[in-house]
Design a protein around this ligand. Structure first.
Ligand SMILES: NC(=O)c1ccc[n+]([C@@H]2O[C@H](COP(=O)([O-])OP(=O)(O)OC[C@H]3O[C@@H](n4cnc5c(N)ncnc54)[C@H](OP(=O)(O)O)[C@@H]3O)[C@@H](O)[C@H]2O)c1
Length: 206
């Protein structure tokens, strides 16, 4: 498959790149700063400059994709609407499959991750907290799959992460959610675009 990866320079995006390349896919990494990927040489990898604030740089790169995976993220102070701009730029290209990284505790899983974590998320994300919800809806509205991972770590892939649609998740956390490795989340997203099981839905990953 030809898989385009948005947010490829972040730690989760890196794991998506590694997983997709290991599985033999042709990967196009979108990066604001292509130099940030200069250490990653692979025959199956192409790198394109793109910024979601210039939506056509993303949309044009996604037009011939079999799938798009996003690990786009923002911190407090990022321009308002960055996440939803990224989601719309992908959806406008009409790729057959989309896997999008949201956050457990924001959007459809709000208030399920624990009160302290909720406070932290709102502080860290700023305006991005509300924009996550908008972006998620853009993606599910286009039959993409939104992933809501709990706290992310740099640990190895374990293959033991649980992926479950939010509407079937029978648990919440009172203080803080558990942790899951970025490598496990990346593997789950690549698997979803290879064989969609949750199109149009939001899934928790923990
Ligand atoms: N940290 C956690 O525990 C946790 C838990 C659950 C979910 N999440 C979510 O998981 C996602 C990935 O998080 P992460 O910590 O791996 O990554 P991150 O550090 O948030 O990296 C964000 C990525 O988005 C890119 N980006 C930001 N603005 C952009 C723009 N205008 N145009 C193009 N690319 C842009 C960054 O590029 P640059 O390198 O150019 O900045 C980077 O590649 C985020 O949505 C985050 O909220 C995080």
């Amino acid at each position: 498959m030809r898989i385009v990866v948005l947010g490829s320079t972040g730690p989760t995006g890196r794991q998506v790149l590694n997983t997709a390349l290991q599985r033999g896919h042709d990967v196009v990494a979108l990066a604001r700063r292509p130099d940030a990927l200069s250490d990653l040489a692979h025959d199956g990898l192409a790198i394109r400059q793109a910024d979601v604030r210039v939506p056509d740089t993303v949309t044009s790169a996604c037009r011939d994709a079999d799938a798009v995976i996003s690990a786009l993220g923002v911190r407090r102070g990022a321009p308002a609407g960055t996440l939803s701009a990224g989601a719309r730029a992908i959806v406008d290209a009409g790729p057959p499959r989309i896997a999008w990284t949201g956050t457990f505790g924001a959007g459809a899983s709000a208030r399920r991750a624990g009160l302290p974590y909720d406070v932290i998320l709102r502080l860290v994300l700023g305006d991005g907290f509300a924009d996550k919800s908008v972006a998620d809806e853009v993606v599910t509205g286009s039959q993409g799959t939104v992933f809501h991972p709990v706290m992310l770590t740099g640990g190895p892939a374990t293959g033991t992460a649980t992926v479950v649609p939010l509407d079937l998740l029978d648990r919440s956390w009172r203080l803080m959610p558990p942790k899951v490795s970025r490598a496990d989340v990346a593997a789950a997203m690549v698997t979803e675009v290879e064989s969609p099981a949750y199109a149009g839905r939001t899934v928790a990953v923990y």
